[in-house]
Structures are given as structure tokens and as C-alpha cells.
Write a protein that binds this ligand. Structure first.
Ligand SMILES: Cc1ncc(COP(=O)(O)O)c(C=O)c1O
Length: 481
């Protein structure tokens, strides 16, 4: 047996490369990332290739190793070459963040030390770091330091799920109550909320879509009326979902009024600030996002407004005990961990047990840069969007949506002849084919609109000028055909 163990050990030790091998891998990976970043301005924001990633399958997982050079080649040709380039400043679609460089250093260190940030006992420092980030966000939105708590999630969708489950359990909703429980949204609520409802077992609950005003914001009065009417019919108004920065147009619902209504009727108030939340760091954002302190729970995504790479969201709950009560579980094999608790452990505040040490990719850049460049970038993005909003209207035939609250807006071109929806659909396709910038579209009240989302930290004035130029050219081209 010893012989066999030794033989296996020899092979298994290959999992621990020697120092010079590590240096070689590091050098090559650093060179690859250096070249990616040095060329970022000329790389397309979107492109398709003939391969479209299929080449990945030519190198199946097997016992046979391949070199780091070959690995980087595969990544370059079959992963990085096609699709959206979320790191590109030209990415003006969906809700981009970009992925600031020091987050990669945080991830690297988190992976090397593999610190377990799930339980206080396992890494008090890592847990304190995550809790400190959560406290900082709670303070930003006006939640009391003494009671509030939260969790760093993989993104807004999971944060929504955690919020909904916490509200469900706090209200002690049982399955027999589900059909009478009422959720209040608007048409503009992010679809992850509805997905979360379904996953939380609440798919049979009553969903009310409260009407929006011309700026796509919830009509608070209509919400109040609907709640009163639901109460009269014996239903159980339970959860209000408002948004601070909708995905379609970046609209901020009237949070203060909604908060008052929630309080009056004793209904859980949840704010989706996945996109808009970090704009609270700047004056322009504070002017439009008012009333977050009235929420019971709120989500915000560092991988959006703090420009982190994908994989960073947050759920914040005013009364952290409620979050804990919904997600805490004991297991006998974890009994040692229970003896050393000075702070909430992330594993008690989310569905996850083993988890990535997400705090480091957020904490490291905040400490390394300080807040000032983040604030400048957020203000810049708001102003760039306003600039685009003004400039795009100089193109004859352009129709715009509401004046942007934050950094997302919609527009469309009305051609002299033909169907505007078809024209704008082709316009988006042409812009994507060009690939230097990437825009996406949406449908509102069954009308096709093009969206501009200015949140990648690499978007600056030159990108916006380029976007205007490309849009102008493509409209001209399509008008001639
Ligand atoms: C307003 C809003 N809420 C929630 C989400 C879901 O967040 P995630 O993609 O991080 O799961 C998004 C995503 O774009 C969003 O824009």
C-alpha cells in the first residue's frame, strides 16, 4: 500500500507547481492580460466569429495536460474573440460595469489563500472585511448601523431571492397563504424578481402590476388604492418591489412615497437598487434616489455601479436578525464553529455555505484607489448620458424617452417611410455588426427602443462621440437602402 501511496503522491504533487513553473504561468498570464488591456481601446465591444467558441470542443477534458501557451491560445481564439466584450468601454448595452483591474488582484489573492469567508470562526478577518463592506453600504442607504446586516451575493438575482425569502419568513407566510399574498411591482421591475418569487415557492401569489407615469415610475397613489382594494377583498398585501434605476430606462420610483405607503399598510418594502444604488455616492444620484432608508431590504450590485467584474451583488436588510432567522442552519459537524462568534457569518445570511471570498475583490480596489475616482466616474457617467441625450436629438428623426434620472436612456429613429420598429431593429443590428460600440434594445408598451447604458468605467467622452457618429452613419446608410 505504501508503494501505491507513494506512486500516487508523485503524480498528485503535480497539482503543486514548483516556484519556477508558477513564475512561468504567471508571466504568461500577465503578458496575456497586459496585451488585452493595452489593446482594450481597439478591441471590438461586440463581434461574432465563424468559430463562435466551437473550438473549445477540439480540446476535450482528458488525462493529457496541455501547455499554458496552448491554454491561453484557446482562451484568446475561442473565448475572448467572440460575443460581447464586457471590459470594453464601447459596451453600452445591458448594464455593464467593466471590471476594474485591482479586483483581479483581490480575486487572485482570495484564490491563492483560499480564505473561507463563510464563517467567522474560519476567518474572522475575511468575515469582518465582508461585514465592513456591508456596513458601508448600509450606511450609504441610511439603514441603522445597530440593526442592519446583509450579504455579498453573486449578483442582483440572488440578492432579490434572499430578500424575498427573508420577507416571506418574517411574515410567517405558509403555503396555504400563498394564493392570498399580494406582491406589488411595476411593468418595469427586473425579471429576476419574478424568477425569485417562483424559486421561493411563491409562484401562485397574486402579482399586481401598478401603473407607471410617463417617466416609467410607479404611481404611488395607484399603489395605495390597489392595496386598499386588495385588503377589502380579503387578500394579504405583503411585499412592495420598487426600483432605484430600472433596467430599461434607469427610472427611479418615488421611494419616499412608496415607503410611507408600505409603513401605513405594514407591508415589506424592498428596493431593487442593483443598478442605481452606488449613484448614492454622488450628489447627482442623491438628488434622484431619495427614501432608501425607508426600505426593509435593498439590493445593490458592486459589479454594476462600483465597476467590479461580474459576480458581485449585495442584499442589505434593515433588521439583520430577520435575514439571519431565514438563513441560519445548524449542522453537527459545524459545532466547533459555533464556539467562536463575534459577528454575523455570511453562511448564516445566505443560501451559500462554501463560497468565494467576494469581499476582497471589492475591498482591495476601494482601499487602493480611495472613493474619489469611483465618485468621479459615477458623476461622469451621469453627465455623459445627459450629453448623449442632448446630442442624439440633433439627429433629425430621433425620438428619445424620458430625461435620464441616472445613466440609462432610450431612443429610436422614426424613418420617413416604413415601420419604425423594423428600422430600429436593423439599426441595432448594424451597430452590433460594426462592433466598435455595443448597444441593446428593449420593447416598451410594444414599441421597439434602443437603449444606451453608460456604466462601464471605461466609457468616456470619446466613446460617446464615437457612438453618436456610428449611429448617425448607420441611420444614413439604412435610409438609403
Ligand atoms: C435593476 C436590476 N435588478 C436586478 C438585476 C439582476 O442582477 P444580476 O444580473 O446581477 O443578477 C439587474 C441586472 O441587470 C438589474 O438591472
Amino acid at each position: 500500500m505504501i508503494e501505491k501511496i507513494k506512486l500516487l503522491e508523485q503524480k498528485s504533487r503535480e497539482l503543486e507547481p514548483a516556484s519556477d513553473e508558477r513564475d512561468e504561468y504567471l508571466d504568461k498570464v500577465i503578458n496575456y492580460s497586459r496585451s488585452f488591456l493595452e489593446n482594450i481601446d481597439s478591441l471590438k465591444a461586440y463581434q461574432t466569429t465563424e468559430d463562435n467558441g466551437k473550438g473549445i470542443y477540439d480540446s476535450p477534458i482528458s488525462d493529457v495536460p496541455i501547455s499554458i501557451d496552448k491554454i491561453l491560445d484557446i482562451i484568446k481564439n475561442h473565448v475572448d474573440a467572440s460575443g460581447i466584450n464586457p471590459a470594453s468601454g464601447g459596451h453600452l448595452g445591458y448594464v455593464p460595469g467593466g471590471g476594474i483591474f485591482p479586483s483581479a488582484l483581490g480575486d487572485y489573492l482570495a484564490d491563492i489563500t483560499n480564505k473561507y469567508a463563510g464563517m467567522f470562526y474560519a476567518s474572522p478577518g475575511a468575515v469582518r472585511m465582508e461585514n465592513m463592506l456591508i456596513s458601508w453600504m448600509c450606511e450609504m442607504i441610511g439603514f441603522p448601523a445597530e440593526t442592519s446586516a446583509g450579504n455579498l451575493t453573486s449578483g442582483g438575482s440572488i440578492a432579490n431571492l434572499v430578500g424575498i425569502v427573508t420577507a416571506r419568513d418574517t411574515a410567517k407566510l405558509k403555503s396555504k397563504d400563498f394564493e392570498k399574498a399580494v406582491f406589488y411591482f411595476t411593468e418595469q421591475a427586473h425579471h429576476s424578481a419574478f424568477k425569485a418569487l417562483k424559486i421561493a415557492g411563491l409562484g401562485e401569489a397574486v402579482i399586481r402590476k401598478i401603473p407607471v407615469d410617463i417617466n416609467f415610475k410607479m404611481k404611488a397613489e395607484a399603489l395605495d388604492k390597489q392595496i386598499q382594494s386588495d385588503k377589502k377583498s380579503g387578500l394579504r398585501p405583503f411585499f412592495i418591489y420598487a426600483t432605484a434605476g430600472t433596467t430599461d430606462v434607469g427610472a427611479v420610483d418615488p421611494l419616499e412615497e412608496i415607503g410611507e405607503i408600505a409603513k401605513k399598510h405594514n407591508i415589506w418594502f424592498h428596493i431593487d437598487a442593483a443598478y442605481g444604488g452606488f449613484f448614492l455616492l454622488v450628489g447627482e444620484g442623491k438628488k434622484v434616489i431619495k427614501g432608501t432608508e425607508k426600505a426593509d431590504s435593498l439590493i445593490m450590485d458592486p459589479h454594476k455601479g462600483l465597476f467590479l467584474p461580474s459576480g458581485s451583488g449585495a442584499i442589505l436588510v434593515k433588521d439583520g436578525k430577520k435575514l439571519f432567522n431565514s438563513h441560519h442552519y445548524n449542522a453537527s459537524y459545524l459545532q466547533d464553529a459555533d464556539k467562536f462568534i463575534e459577528e454575523y457569518s455570511p453562511a448564516d445570511m445566505s443560501p451559500e455555505l462554501s463560497k468565494h471570498f467576494r469581499g476582497l475583490r471589492m475591498w482591495l480596489p476601494l482601499k487602493l484607489f480611495g472613493l474619489a475616482p469611483f465618485k468621479a466616474s459615477l458623476s461622469e457617467k451621469i453627465l455623459l448620458t445627459r450629453y448623449f441625450y442632448e446630442q442624439i436629438q440633433r439627429i433629425k428623426g430621433i425620438e428619445v424617452g424620458p430625461y435620464p434620472d441616472l445613466s440609462i436612456m432610450i431612443f429610436r429613429y422614426i424613418p420617413e417611410n416604413g415601420d419604425p420598429d423594423k428600422f430600429n431593429e436593423k439599426l441595432v443590428q448594424e451597430i452590433q455588426k460594426d462592433g466598435r460600440i455595443f448597444l441593446t434594445s428593449t420593447r416598451i408598451n410594444n414599441t421597439f427602443f434602443i437603449r444606451l447604458a453608460v456604466l462601464n468605467f471605461r466609457v468616456h467622452l470619446n466613446t460617446i462621440e464615437l457612438a453618436l457618429e456610428i449611429i448617425k452613419k448607420k441611420i444614413k446608410l439604412l435610409s438609403l437602402t
